[in-house]
Write a protein that binds this ligand. Structure first.
Ligand SMILES: C[S@@+](CC[C@H](N)C(=O)[O-])C[C@H]1O[C@@H](n2cnc3c(N)ncnc32)[C@H](O)[C@@H]1O
Length: 267
């Protein structure tokens, strides 16, 4: 009983959003407007910080994705995550995926390895990332420039029948404000997107909240520069973004929590 209570408290049983800060070493001072809220800042970060860079050399890019070289900010759960995503796609008879904000496309690379038959579109709002991916991700069916804040998401349904198509949102939640998240799901709904898999970057728990506050205090004390880099939310907060438009089921993919969403069809 006590364990269940502690789990409930740790999960933060109410909607909560906090700002997220990160110390990007020397890159912090070069970010546009001092934060990570634009494609320009993402490009600067990727050019200046080895841990976040995307390689435009195919051999190196594959080594990064196979986790033989540490780059592109991926964690050790990447391969397992792709297997879990592949399982979800198979179970739901999905035959095409549109990934938004794909970054270096590490997860998408493994997805194509697991399910080569899946039609895959990768998209980004950074032209630099799109140009690099076009050189290295030869297995992708399409790589396009696309802003998740767009009103029209119909491009995401282009490769297949909407019922067999899925929009993949992998670790992009941190980049959008609450208002932007709300609008994005509404726009997807209005554009006829039937299936969405969102895998969270920033799922806030009591434990992670305390550790982040301690980390920030430690940067402050040591005089280390840090910058605003997005939002972290409790699980309950995410439900508010899509509950009106999509039925949700909780999922865990390679250790990261998320939701599989299915469009609510009004009869
Ligand atoms: C935290 S990274 C995640 C990248 C990749 N999905 C992954 O998990 O490795 C967030 C990505 O979203 C992209 N992004 C941020 N805002 C965006 C927007 N409005 N439209 C499209 N991409 C966006 C950034 O360029 C960045 O590559």
């Amino acid at each position: 009983m006590i364990v269940n209570f502690l789990k409930k408290i740790n999960n933060i049983p109410f909607p909560l959003t906090i700002k997220h800060y990160f110390a990007f070493d020397d890159s912090t001072k070069y970010l546009k407007d001092g934060n990570l809220s634009s494609s320009e800042s993402w490009d600067i970060l990727r050019e200046s910080h080895p841990h976040f860079s995307i390689s435009d050399n195919r051999e190196e890019w594959i080594k990064v994705n196979e986790q033989l070289i540490k780059k592109d900010g991926q964690d050790g759960g990447l391969k397992e995550r792709a297997k879990d995503v592949a399982e979800i796609l198979k179970n739901n008879h999905i035959n095409s995926v549109f990934s938004a904000g794909c970054g270096g496309a590490g997860l998408e690379y493994h997805l194509k390895k697991n399910l080569p038959e899946i039609k895959l579109t990768c998209s980004e709002y950074s032209k630099v990332a799109v140009d690099k991916l076009k050189k290295v991700f030869l297995e992708a069916d399409s790589i396009i420039l696309f802003d998740m804040k767009s009103k029209d998401w119909s491009v995401a349904n282009n490769l297949s029948n909407p019922n067999q198509n899925l929009v993949l949102l992998y670790r992009i939640d941190i980049d959008l404000s609450n208002e932007e998240m709300q609008k994005m799901f509404k726009n997807m709904y209005n554009s006829g997107i039937e299936n969405v898999l969102i895998i969270l970057c920033g799922r806030l728990t009591l434990k992670s909240l305390i550790s982040r506050l301690r980390q920030r205090l430690s940067w402050k004390i040591k005089g280390i520069r840090y910058s605003f880099s997005g939002y972290l939310r409790s699980e309950k907060k995410f439900l508010e973004f899509f509950d009106e438009f999509y039925k949700s089921e909780k999922v865990v993919c390679g250790g990261l929590h998320g939701f599989l969403l299915k469009k609510i069809n009004v009869v």
